[in-house]
Design a protein around this ligand. Structure first.
Ligand code: ADP
Length: 479
């Protein structure tokens, strides 16, 4: 069994056109291996297989599906060392982060194994004695799942587990930048006894595969995690065959720090939270708004802590920040920084290639000040190791600035005042709000964005219902 092929209808096979692309290690810029690279022809084969498998998989009980998902979770736990190693190799993230992510991926399989058993319908009393009405829940059908590279295990696991638990079959297209993690997830499901065709894995050319999914009326929904740019392409195409969409798109999270907190303590933790996965996180805290009384103190503290972060290979002990995923991603961050310099922003630390690293897509973590709402770093999702600081006057000013973005995924606020916490959390126009915490997400919690950040939810029970259709059954003429 090769790990570098496509997995369709229960078998590892070559891509139809037998194309390959190199997989690059972002820390060394060296080729890790060649991987099979499919296209729309492979997508059609995968949809054929998923369509055929749906007929039987959708009729299995949630208890049967749960056994497979739980075995897959255990496989991931048992193989943690190997799979974490491969994730670091292809993504560059620090080993500890990779291990943590795989643990969450395993937990997602287990959580959805159980939640699938709780997809209850409803019996609804009607206004007529001769009628009985109930709502039953049924799996939606074949689902296309397209995911991004920033969380090579968590992104696919979250959607795959929910769709499979719901009784759907899947055509999965994870990012071509992180196929090794996707192969491991696939192997976990194979070793757990997943029947042929239930989940098909394509490492493939994204745009033609996306088109093939949108053009095929047998594929009922696309679940997509990635950029708002690609999300809009999918929205444009979705009317063709009425493809439903669940979209987890970009973010530009504000962090509001009021003047009643210990800003030094917050700066210390923020220097880790902002740079988790090198800032390549859709819920990453990005725009730091500090009350004007504490702005100078925070700016000085955060620059100090950020300058202490250790940059290097994810395999190196004590490294906080690895490389960015690709040269293109690194260049896009450099471009934002150079636009920002042209706008007279002040770089308090970092923003350049680290002196000790001559290869790899590294950037020394940066803190940037002297910015306003019109600046490049306020308007754009950075997706990289840059922390911009802004100031605000009062609650109204903070909310106006925080909400002044096309995005609406995550927001954060820090205060010790209960009234302030309630007012700020209710005033933020975002799908996820963290108060006095940096990780407002979990397997059991709904994760979803407002505005241009997406449609629908992942994780939690909401994530399961994304893959389920409701059906009203009304029986008349009983008396
Ligand atoms: P990023 O820029 O963060 O990589 P993308 O939105 O480009 O995010 O990629 C997320 C996922 O979407 C990846 O699996 C990628 O291959 C895929 N993708 C990219 N372009 C398209 C497209 N036109 N149609 C469908 N999927 C796409």
């Amino acid at each position: 069994m090769s790990v570098n092929k496509q997995f369709v209808n229960g078998a590892w096979i070559e891509a139809v056109d037998q194309l390959e692309i190199p997989l690059i290690d972002p820390a060394t810029e060296e080729v890790i291996t060649q991987i099979s690279f499919g296209n729309e022809k492979d997508a059609v084969l995968a949809i054929d297989a998923a369509e055929a498998a749906f007929k039987t998989w959708s009729k299995t009980t949630p208890y049967y599906r749960a056994e497979i998902l739980k075995k897959a979770a255990n496989y991931l736990r048992e193989n943690l060392d190997t799979i974490a190693h491969d994730m670091v190799l292809e993504s560059g993230k620090p080993l500890l982060e990779a291990r943590g992510e795989w643990t969450v991926a395993a937990n997602l399989f287990e959580w959805y194994a159980e939640e699938g058993k709780r997809a209850y319908g409803r019996v609804i009393p009607t206004n007529r004695i001769d009628k009985r009405s109930s709502v039953i829940l049924q799996p939606m059908g074949v689902i296309g799942i397209i995911t991004a590279w920033n969380f090579p295990a968590y992104n696919p696991a979250r959607a795959w587990a929910a769709a499979l638990a719901a009784g759907c079959t899947v055509v999965a297209k994870p990012s071509e930048n992180t196929p090794l993690s996707a192969y491991h997830l696939m192997r976990a499901l194979i070793s757990a006894g997943l029947p042929p065709g239930v989940l098909n894995l394509l490492i493939a050319d994204a745009a033609p595969v996306g088109e093939a999914m949108l053009n095929d009326k047998r594929l009922k929904k696309i679940s997509f995690t990635g950029s708002t740019r690609v999300g809009k392409i999918l929205m444009d195409g979705a009317s063709r065959t009425n493809t439903k969409l669940s979209l987890e798109l970009g973010g530009n999270a504000p962090v509001i720090i009021f003047d009643d907190v210990d800003v030094d303590e917050i700066a210390k933790v923020a220097s880790i939270a902002r740079f988790r996965n090198n800032g390549q996180v859709c819920v990453a805290p990005q725009r730091f708004y500090i009350h004007k009384n504490k702005y100078e103190q925070f700016a000085e503290a955060i620059a100090k802590y950020v300058s202490l972060l250790k940059v290097g290979s994810g395999f190196e002990e004590g490294v906080n920040v690895g490389p960015l995923i690709t040269g293109r991603q690194r260049d896009s961050v450099f471009e934002l920084l150079s636009k920002s310099k042209a706008e007279n922003a002040s770089l308090l630390t970092g923003g350049h290639r680290p002196e000790h690293l001559h290869k790899g897509y590294f950037i020394q973590p940066a803190v940037v000040a002297n910015l306003d709402q019109t600046s490049t770093l306020a308007r754009n999702e950075i997706f990289g190791p840059v922390l911009p600081v802004f100031s605000f006057e009062d609650m109204d000013d903070a909310l106006a600035k925080a909400n002044d973005t096309e995005y609406g995924l995550a927001a954060y606020a820090f205060t010790n005042n209960l009234k302030t916490a309630i007012k700020v959390s209710e005033g933020l126009e975002f799908g996820i709000v963290g108060i006095n915490e940096w990780a407002p997400h979990g397997t059991e919690l709904p994760f979803g964005g407002w505005k241009s950040s997406g449609n629908g939810h992942e994780s939690g029970s909401e994530g399961l219902y994304e893959y389920i259709e409701k059906k009203l059954i009304s029986i008349g003429g009983i008396w």
